[in-house]
Design a protein around this ligand. Structure first.
Ligand code: HAM
Length: 457
């Protein structure tokens, strides 16, 4: 039996997008494009250039950067071997030292990126960007992957728009300017109900002491906590502060707060970040529970919430991560950045009525007759060149049917081209909203359409 015949016998199967992933469709994609275009424009005014890192990286990059104990790395990554099977083989022979380093790196486990800060730091080191004028300011946008439980505003393939400032000083003005950039972007988009929450989680001098203190206090109230938080007392007590479990809230509010246990330099730094925000007229609230779910942070952390998002209301998260580049084999380098959840940003814009509505073509060309087709093709070409969206039916239709179609598509105008119009050189333009009609010469028509577009925009 030929391959073709075998195929024919297969039962048809309908496919659906995998759980937690979705198709973005028009007209919504117009909003995505507007958001992304605005990001390109606003970020450029702050001196950021775009980086496009790959979508998969060695698993170990994320394990080191984000942290092996974090939910993201321990539970949520899409990890596979590259190529299939070789990783296990290499793993076995690694101890015997049989394979070259190159083959080893080829065979490493790889993961779809759950975030992009690790990739940007890897690229900074790989391309010796510390030799460029510092700091290096980069932004990115694209899909990220986390195997979380899907719900409103939470997907397994989601999109981030993020930015990182690497190298140079750790002046608090940089923290404040990065936040100012996000706020400017949100403001430009008309995002509503924007609230900035900030915190300082100290550094390697003061945080370990605080974590110990927190652990001791948590042990005392252990029986008031749920199983997740009980487990975290040992693994990562800071994350208990993050808990949304209703029954734990009262207990958590009474726990010692990191801002009261910062060392002098972290406290001064935090005070200066707040002063820098105030100079910029940025309103914030302090939230001692803002510890973030990734291990690389130190000192400044922040999150931004917006309207209409339900429980998944963080539309942006970020913070400072001095030391991450060093952890990934680079020289000591300061770093701070953020990532915006683009899906949530879009959702919030839609909820507040900022979504574009589906738009029909500006001009529908109703043509009939062989001569008319050639003229219609030329008219479509000229109108499109002038920036108008044009629908040109591929086959001849009676005018009544064509006008019905133009209406259905929501076209603004119908250009009527029959043999008479063509031979007279006078074209009929019908405004579909009010049914009015007028005749124009070819150049006259273009001028008229241009003028009415300028008035309406
Ligand atoms: P993150 O807080 O894990 O930080 O993610 C940033 C934002 O991505 C969140 O505030 C949220 O809006 C969005 N997000 C995260 N997971 C999902 C999901 N499953 N579905 C939809 N949206 C989601 C980071 O990723 C850090 N790399 C941010 C950063 C950059 N810190 C410094 N530089």
């Amino acid at each position: 039996m030929s391959e073709g015949a075998a195929k024919k016998e297969e039962k048809p199967r309908k496919f659906q997008a995998i759980r937690g992933t979705r198709d973005l469709l028009p007209p919504e994609t117009a909003l995505w494009n507007r958001v992304e275009q605005t990001a390109h424009e606003v970020f450029a005014t702050f001196g950021f250039g775009e980086i496009r890192p790959p979508i998969f990286e060695p698993t170990d990059l994320f394990a080191r950067a984000v942290g092996g104990e974090t939910d993201i790395v321990s539970k949520e990554m899409y990890t596979f071997s590259n190529p299939t099977g070789l990783a296990a083989m290499v793993h076995e022979s690694r101890t015997e030292g049989m394979l070259s380093d190159m083959l080893l790196s080829e065979a490493e486990m790889i993961s779809l990126r759950p975030e992009a800060t690790a990739s940007v730091c890897r690229a900074y080191i790989e391309h010796s960007m510390q030799q460029l004028p510092q700091p290096v300011k980069l932004y990115y946008m694209g899909p990220m992957f986390r195997r979380e439980r899907p719900q409103k505003g939470r997907y397994r393939q989601f999109y981030q728009i993020g930015a990182e400032v690497l190298g140079g000083s750790d002046a608090p003005a940089i923290d404040a300017e990065v936040i100012e950039m996000v706020m400017t972007f949100f403001n430009r988009l008309g995002l509503e109900g924007v609230q900035l929450h900030i915190n300082s989680i100290g550094d390697k001098n003061c945080r370990p002491r605080y974590v110990e203190l927190l652990r001791e206090e948590l042990r005392k109230v252990k029986d008031k906590l749920g199983p997740d938080s009980q487990r975290r007392i040992d693994t990562n007590p800071l994350r208990v502060l993050d808990s949304k479990l209703e029954s734990e809230q009262e207990t958590i509010e009474k726990l010692p707060r990191i801002t009261q246990h910062l060392c002098d330099s972290c406290r001064d730094n935090y005070d200066e970040v707040k002063r820098q925000l105030a100079i910029r007229g940025i309103i914030y609230s302090q939230n001692f529970r803002l510890v973030r779910g990734l291990d690389y942070y130190m000192r400044t952390t922040f999150e931004i919430t917006a309207k209409g998002l339900g429980s998944q209301n963080a539309v942006c998260g970020g913070g400072r991560y001095d030391g991450l580049v060093e952890l990934l084999g680079g020289s000591p380098t300061k770093g701070i950045g953020f990532a915006i959840g683009e899906d949530r940003l879009i959702l919030s814009l839609q909820e507040s009525g900022k979504a574009p509505v589906a738009e029909g073509p500006e001009v529908y060309i109703a043509w009939m007759g062989e001569n008319a087709q050639a003229t219609a093709i030329r008219a479509a070409k000229d109108l499109r060149k002038a920036g108008f969206s044009v629908e040109l039916p591929p086959v001849e239709q009676k005018f009544g049917k064509a006008l019905g179609q133009a209406d259905k598509l929501g076209a603004k105008y119908a250009l009527i081209l029959g043999d008479n119009e063509v031979s007279e050189g006078l074209w009929t333009l019908k405004t579909l909203a009010d049914g009015s009609q007028a005749k124009f010469t070819e150049p006259g028509l273009l001028g008229h359409l241009r003028k009415s577009k300028a008035v309406s925009s």
